[in-house]
Design a protein around this ligand. Structure first.
Ligand code: NAD
Length: 253
């Protein structure tokens, strides 16, 4: 059901939150747009300006790796300046109140952790771009170190331990989904009684399968997004409105 006006929708969401004992949020790029990070679809957005570099190309080509890292550092100013928005803060409030066991996110911006949610309660389906890992042995490498190595050699670095390429700790197109995170997300979707989709166009699969899974397991489903999604018909409540405005009544610092 699509809520007719915002105050009515917020009241309905408030009742659902009060009734629920385990709420699982599922967040996408839309929760971070008010923090200055463009979503996937906005025209001219950083993610859409260039064709994404698929994983096999990154592995095969030094040139592709150099380009991937140049793009990543071009976004650094935007990403490092971003602070949690009202949506993140509302979820952090519900987490502190014991209502949210964990958040499932497609985002790679680390803003749920920055809002005060423990890192092990953030299930990152697409990884995290605020640090890097060796694609061979998994060694973690911090970004200032990658920048230093790139500046010294002019090229994207390889791992100091095993020699394989170093990549942001994100899941690229063509890379397999992280098994542990997929399992945890499925368990969360099946065991919650309220599943909140926030700021996702629900077009990226397999991540977009989790709302269906939650609904089939008996949870109520709420979708907060300013444009329609393919799963709106499945939802108990659709709030087609700005996320920050919709969730600010639930921010309790
Ligand atoms: P998406 O860009 O496909 O969809 C975002 C949705 O949020 C859109 O439907 C948009 O209309 C809506 N939206 C944007 N701002 C909003 C606002 N203030 N209020 C209400 N709705 C708003 O994002 P997705 O579904 O997360 O898929 C994109 C993929 O790209 C993800 O898998 C993610 O890994 C990656 N990505 C991540 C980030 C990030 O980490 N912040 C940013 C861009 C893309």
């Amino acid at each position: 059901m699509i809520a007719s006006d915002l105050s009515h929708a917020i009241a309905q969401l408030g009742d659902m939150i009060a009734d629920a004992s385990a709420i699982v949020p599922f967040t996408g790029a839309g929760i971070s747009t008010e923090c200055g990070i463009p979503d996937f679809r906005s025209p001219g957005g950083l993610w859409t300006r260039n064709r994404p570099i698929p994983f096999d190309e990154f592995v095969a080509s030094q040139e592709a790796r150099d380009e991937a890292w140049r793009r990543r550092f071009a976004m650094e100013e935007t990403l490092s300046a971003a602070r949690p928005g009202r949506g993140h803060r509302a979820l952090a409030s519900l987490y502190r109140a014991g209502k949210i066991p964990a958040v499932i996110t497609q985002n790679i911006d680390n803003l749920h952790q920055a809002s005060g949610i423990a890192a092990d309660a953030v299930v990152e389906l697409h990884g995290n771009t605020t640090y890097a890992r060796c694609i061979g042995c998994g060694l973690r490498v911090e970004l200032p170190r990658v920048r230093q190595l790139m500046q010294a050699s002019g090229h994207a670095p390889d791992c100091s331990a095993c020699g394989e390429p170093v990549k942001t700790a994100t899941i690229s197109f063509g890379q397999s989904m992280p098994e542990n995170e997929m399992r945890r997300a499925a368990d969360l979707a099946r065991s919650c009684d309220l599943f909140l989709v926030i700021g996702s166009s629900l077009v990226v699969w397999p991540a977009a399968g989790f709302p269906v899974m939650a609904k089939q397991a008996g949870a109520r489903l709420v979708i907060i997004n300013n444009e329609p999604t393919e799963q709106d018909d499945l939802a108990d409540l659709v709030i087609r409105h700005d996320i920050g405005e919709s969730l600010s009544p639930f921010v309790h610092n």
